[in-house]
Write a protein of this length. Structure first.
Length: 496
């Protein structure tokens, strides 16, 4: 049976279609499957989210949804159609509420949910009676509109039991206080990635990583998908890539099972509320690829709520160079106003081959290989970014009476004119150059030996450089543009 979707209500950022009813459906263990199909067209200027209510009777063991939409060719430079999908159960669609049951964005054309199992991206559990809502997200709409067709099938019978989720432990054996390598922005089949969690874990070990963070788009379904994949050598953190229409943010290291809502824009003044929710769940707020050019990717919420910022995302590109420059500007502002600074980190954002897990990776000084220690190290900026596990750095400043400060620390000497020695040790960067960057710009550059292993020193004073950070770069391939990064440190601050 098919029917047209009628628009029966609107809100600032959401719209509700006419309800799909299964009131005449026979119930019971032997009741036949019942299917309803809704067709309609969304106009240009549609709200960000469109809800299709579905009245679910008692006795349903599985709800299955499939959808299609028209992809009419459009002239170059014109947005075509793209339609995301997810679902909320009978507990409702309230922002930040408990009704969330899954999201696949535009990665899948169908999904199912039942007590014992669900499509990746969706949360297994009983299909309880009440009004469920299929959530449609018209990401882009062509000038002619977006025709869609949504089919809902209910299957009846015993509901079965829901397995208790098994979540990764919060601590791995590790090596005590040490530098640990991680990649905190990864995608599996639980969102729009192609790798399974097992394949990601194997790739992480091959890349020399000590920790990873599960960060699927707008869902926590992968949090319980790592059973048997962690170990003494690999800590698995759980989180989410909160994918709004005004930018993406990694919720890093949150409590397993934490859902962070994404249905708001910068103008709604809701981001601060959810940033605090991430921190209450033990996680970090990390704006991702803030200058990416994809629709909805450019970061518009500001950095006042950020615990760190992703300045290097995947293979190094001009977008990363812009993010790096913006972050450096924020360091200058922090020094000028004596306000807290935000640390930099890098992640692969790997989705599928040939994306490389661990390109780049954030190397964190932590007291142990645990969620608490790793997130504390990232927040404090006790870290650097490297393109692979072959690259290692040691960076710090010393001066005065034998004082020393490492990455992310402050060196306090007796006066603004007190000499300070900055020292960088590098391995694994053949053909690269080392750059010392300060609040005045790049003030020192040295060529590393062809072996890629070397030590670089520079003398300065706090009055000349309020902070110093190191960059290791490959040779430039485009005249007038800097070479791609091989490594990058957070700053050492100098105070007289």
């Amino acid at each position: 049976m098919a029917r047209r979707g009628l628009l029966v209500g609107t809100a600032a950022t959401a719209l509700t279609l006419g309800t799909v009813s299964f009131a005449d459906a026979a119930t019971g263990d032997d009741a036949p499957d019942r299917t309803r199909t809704v067709r309609g067209t969304l106009p240009t200027g549609s709200p960000d989210y469109v809800y299709l209510p579905v009245e679910v009777p008692r006795g349903v063991r599985e709800i299955a949804v499939s959808y299609t939409y028209g992809k009419t060719p459009v002239p170059a430079g014109t947005q075509g159609n793209a339609l995301d999908i997810g679902i909320f159960d009978e507990r409702g669609t309230e922002l930040g509420g408990r009704g969330f049951r899954g999201w696949s964005g535009g990665a899948r054309s169908s999904f199912f949910i039942r007590a014992d199992e669900a499509t990746p991206g969706y949360i297994a559990g009983p299909v309880r009676a009440g009004t469920w809502n299929i959530a449609l997200g018209p990401y882009t709409v062509a000038p002619e509109g977006l025709p869609y067709e949504v089919t809902t099938t209910l299957r009846f019978g015993p509901t079965g039991s829901t397995p208790k989720p098994v979540y990764p432990p919060e601590r791995a054996k590790g090596r005590g206080r040490a530098w640990y390598r991680g990649d905190c922005h990864l995608h599996s089949v639980h969102s729009d990635g192609k790798r399974t969690p097992a394949e990601i874990a194997a790739a992480a070990r091959a890349a020399g990583l000590d920790f990873i963070n599960s960060s699927e788009h707008n869902t926590y379904s992968a949090h319980s998908a790592w059973d048997g994949l962690w170990g003494d050598d690999l800590l698995v953190l759980t989180g989410e890539e909160v994918t709004t229409r005004n930018g993406h943010v990694i919720a890093l290291g949150t409590d397993p099972g934490t859902f962070v809502d994404w249905r708001y824009r910068a103008r709604d003044n809701r981001f601060g509320h959810y940033a605090k929710a991430v921190r209450r769940a033990g996680g970090l707020v990390v704006p991702a690829h803030p200058h990416a050019t994809c629709i909805g990717c450019h970061w518009k919420f500001g950095f006042g709520e950020a615990d760190a910022v992703e300045v290097w995302n995947g293979a190094y590109t001009p977008e990363d160079e812009i993010a790096l420059a913006e972050w450096d500007n924020s360091l200058v502002a922090a020094v000028r106003t004596s306000k807290p600074w935000v640390a930099a980190m890098g992640n692969s954002d790997a989705h599928r081959e040939p994306d490389k897990v661990g390109l780049p990776q954030t190397v964190v000084l932590a007291d142990e290989l645990s969620r608490e220690a790793i997130t504390a190290g990232i927040r404090a900026g006790h870290s650097y970014i490297a393109e692979s596990s072959a690259v290692t750095l040691s960076f710090g400043a010393s001066g005065g009476r034998g004082l020393h400060a490492g990455i992310g620390e402050r060196l306090r000497v007796d006066g603004d004119d007190t000499p300070v020695t900055v020292r960088l040790e590098v391995t694994g960067a053949p053909g690269c150059t080392a750059h010392f960057v300060t609040d005045q710009g790049t003030l020192f550059t040295a060529t590393l030996p062809e072996s890629g292993t070397g030590t670089v020193q520079w003398r300065t004073t706090p009055v000349y450089a309020a902070y110093v950070r190191a960059e290791v770069r490959h040779p430039a391939t485009v005249p007038g543009l800097p070479g791609a990064l091989a490594a990058l440190t957070n700053p050492v601050f100098l105070e007289g």
